[in-house]
Design a binder for this molecule. Structure first.
Ligand code: PAF
Length: 285
């Protein structure tokens, strides 16, 4: 694989390869098996794959979160070298490459930017849209790979592509989990070891939600999930919602479920100073 740090270098390298479609895996580094699964999926169908590693400042609404976000370029490159081919590219741009001037664009995603994560991380999805649209402009991918763990981000990016008329195909990929069910995340390595031992309870509670929906309604499931997670240790549930994957409209009752839609139980949990999100599909009742 090649490592490229400038937009010009990337364009020259991709121009030479003339292979389509370009597969693209945008990341913020601190890579784990979840990222590698995206890269493997891209490699399976795309003759050339670009993985970007860039910690995007505009999507952090909390300065400390940006400062503490794990940065592990050495091990990221070693992990990628284990799966990428000789013509694939790791793109590691600087701020000046992504934002040559201040990005004042304001996107409007309606309800997608009004629920769940958006209520707790104001401006986050605007920053994600800024960087993803800019990266699409630079890489010009045919297919882009995102993890389903970031359920709301995936819906926002699909909407971004729809609004901008971009022809990139967005491919959602399953959540990859640790042995105890904890969804893989770059932030897991920042967890206090005692909390890490107990964090499997988040997936266990979401799995309960998927079973309980048969005989219970949303408020009772909400109570169960919150109680199960919060009584396991120093966890605080920020939100628990069951929402569809198109409009992301949180359900008040399962009677609102529509046939042909997919629904996900979504949760955000504070584990000490670390914030974890996860989701599990629930059957339509
Ligand atoms: O999911 C992420 O890691 C980031 O939000 C993304 C899509 C790479 C944009 O910075």
């Amino acid at each position: 694989m090649k490592t490229i740090t400038t937009v010009r270098g990337l364009r020259i390298s991709l121009g030479k390869s003339a292979l389509a479609p370009i597969g693209f895996v945008p990341t913020m580094g601190a890579l784990h098996e979840g990222h590698l699964s995206l890269v493997r999926n891209a490699i399976a169908v795309c003759p050339v794959v670009v993985v970007s590693i860039y910690v995007n400042p505009t999507q952090f609404n909390d300065k400390n979160d940006l400062k503490n976000y794990p940065r592990t370029p050495g091990s990221d490159l070693a992990m990628l070298a284990g799966v990428m081919r000789s013509n694939d590219i790791v793109f590691m741009p600087q701020d000046k490459d992504i934002y040559p001037k201040e990005d004042n664009r304001r996107f409007s995603f309606g309800n997608l930017d009004n629920v769940m994560e958006a209520l707790h991380r104001p401006g986050h999805f605007n920053g994600v849209a800024q960087v993803v649209s800019r990266l699409f402009e630079i890489v010009k991918p045919g297919k882009a790979y995102f993890g389903q763990k970031d359920f709301q981000q995936l819906a926002v990016i699909r909407e971004l592509v729809r609004q901008t008329g971009s022809r990139v195909e967005i491919i959602g990929n399953p959540v990859i989990r640790e042995a105890d069910g904890l969804a893989m995340s770059s932030r897991n390595r920042l967890l206090d070891p005692e909390l890490r031992k107990k964090a499997g309870v988040i997936f266990a509670a979401l799995s309960d939600a998927a079973l309980l929906i048969d005989k219970n309604d949303v408020p009772a499931i909400n109570e169960h999930v919150r109680h199960k997670i919060e009584s396991a240790g120093a966890f605080r549930v920020e939100y628990f919602e069951i929402a569809d994957d198109l409009e992301l409209k949180p359900l008040q009752s399962k009677s609102e479920m529509k046939a042909g839609r997919k629904y996900y139980a979504c949760v955000a949990v504070r584990a000490g100073s670390i914030r974890l999100i996860d989701n599990v599909e629930v059957p339509v009742m």
